[in-house]
Write a protein that binds this ligand. Structure first.
Ligand code: GDP
Ligand code: IMO
Ligand code: MG
Length: 418
């Protein structure tokens, strides 16, 4: 068997949590392979809304194994909080949640370093979620990090050594902080001890040999990728499909379907360039109707039209085989829908992402008629209004990848397979 990968094609929050939850019944195992609690993946069913940060979105479906693989950075304190809120819903987690020994740990001082680094950047701050993601991945690549497997031997000593390094670093910043989460951190480490901690790369490859099906759940989005995103306004991991290989320990030849998720428009939270951003009433309308406020930080998301230059770039980087369009219902009351099909960069037309998006990039828009129909109750493609069919046909022609699912609301049931 192969690993199917599901990932965001924009700047995150495309609706990955919802779609993983919808697809989980077809799989035996769901994994997370990168990112950490900067992710906020929302699931809605039976009038319950749940936001997951560290834990894969397969957790609500019985008898599915969920794996936090090696590429993830895990915050024990946030993990514990998530576990406790899931236990309150009678979900037996110690049975169906495994953690890689090689996943790196986010320490309280990583979070402080994140805040200090952002404060030092002033106006040019990244707009980080301040969950300690950047400093933890820096310690990983700098070969200083602590991994989940480290909790089994001399952990306190290793912790103190890394903390001492962090405190030295913090002296370089003019930043006031209080280190008051250590007790909580060590209590949360005790919670992690209750879980199966293994070399998940062996387990995952064994499962594949046994014919088990695996869905890998991406976090963030392609345009936040450390190599290909709008650097430096990115996250610190490889969010693209290749990240699933390094983040789980599977060969490139083991990748099967690649589901690419995009919103029918576009959003971004945090700083950085966003060529098709709307700074007017239409942008506000998208934010209001799409309830575009961050799942992790509550910050308002910036909104704009769909950007095909960026989307084509994402398709190329990920080898997407199936597209999933979400939040289609948010466009229900727009008379005119715009889609960026090219950029004008210093007066020159291009369909490529420029190296530096901070130069003057003006999107060139194509206009399409809106459908002015409430899609939230639609459950089959036969019910699609003509204009929506035209929108999908237009996108498929431009993107050369089929749209296989259309999501028309936050609930598990609000999805149409084409
Ligand atoms: P993720 O990070 O990619 O999992 O996405 P988030 O959960 O951060 O943000 C997506 C938001 O849109 C959540 O509040 C979802 O409940 C919601 N959502 C997902 N799909 C749809 C949809 O098709 N229509 C509407 N209106 N909301 C959706
Ligand atoms: P999900 O998985 C949207 C953004 C932050 C910031 C930048 C760097 O829910 O789609 P970081 O905390 O990683 O140092 O922040 O990346 N960001 C996200 N934006 N969705 C996410 O995750 C994000 N995770 C990080 O807003 O601009
Ligand atoms: Mg999110």
């Amino acid at each position: 068997m192969k690993v199917d990968v599901l990932l965001g094609l924009q700047w995150g929050d495309e609706g990955k949590g919802k779609i993983v939850d919808v697809l989980t019944p077809r799989y035996d195992i769901i994994t997370r392979f990168q990112g950490g609690p900067n992710a906020g993946h929302t699931l809605e069913f039976n009038n319950i809304k749940h936001i997951l940060h560290n834990i894969p979105s397969g957790i609500f479906r019985e008898d599915k194994l969920n794996i936090v693989a090696n590429g993830v950075v895990l915050d024990p304190v946030i993990f514990r909080r998530e576990i406790e809120s899931l236990e309150a819903m009678d979900i037996d987690l110690t049975k169906n949640l495994w953690i890689s020994k090689k996943a790196h740990l986010i320490l309280p001082t990583h979070r402080i370093l994140d805040a200090a680094s952002e404060a030092a950047k002033g106006k040019s701050k990244i707009g980080s979620t301040l969950k300690g993601i950047g400093p933890t991945y820096m310690d990983k690549t700098g070969r200083n990090g602590l991994r989940v497997g480290d909790i089994d031997s001399n952990f306190k000593i290793k912790y103190e050594a890394l903390k001492a390094k962090h405190i030295k670093l913090l002296k370089q910043y003019d930043f006031e902080y209080k280190l008051d989460e250590e007790e909580k951190f060590f209590d949360a480490i005790e919670v992690i001890r209750k879980f199966t901690r293994v070399d998940t790369e062996y387990e995952i490859n064994r499962f594949l040999e046994q014919g088990k099906s695996i869905l890998a759940e991406g976090a963030q989005g392609t345009l936040l990728d450390i190599d290909f995103g709008s650097y430096p306004f990115v996250t610190s991991s490889n969010t693209i499909c290749a990240g699933a290989c390094t983040g789980m320990g599977v060969a490139p030849s083991a990748i099967g379907e690649v589901y690419g998720i995009f919103k029918a428009y576009c959003t971004r939270v945090g700083s950085g360039p966003f060529p098709s951003e709307l700074l007017d009433e239409e942008g506000e309308k998208l934010r209001d109707l799409g309830k575009e406020f961050g799942s992790t930080t509550g910050r308002p998301r910036r909104c704009g039209w769909l950007d095909l230059v960026a989307l084509k770039y994402s398709l190329m980087l990920n080898g997407v085989t199936q597209l999933i369009m979400t939040k289609t219902d948010v466009l229900d009351t727009f008379d005119v829908i715009r889609v960026a099909t090219a950029y004008s960069v210093d007066g020159e037309l291009t369909d490529q992402m420029p190296f530096d998006l901070d130069v003057e990039v003006k999107p060139v828009f194509t206009e399409m008629a809106g459908w002015n129909t409430d899609l939230t109750g639609v459950r089959s493609k036969e019910q699609f209004p003509k204009e929506l069919k035209e929108y999908i046909t237009f996108l498929e022609k431009e993107l050369k990848v089929p749209v296989k699912y259309v999501s028309v609301g936050p609930d598990r049931e609000q999805i149409i397979e084409l």
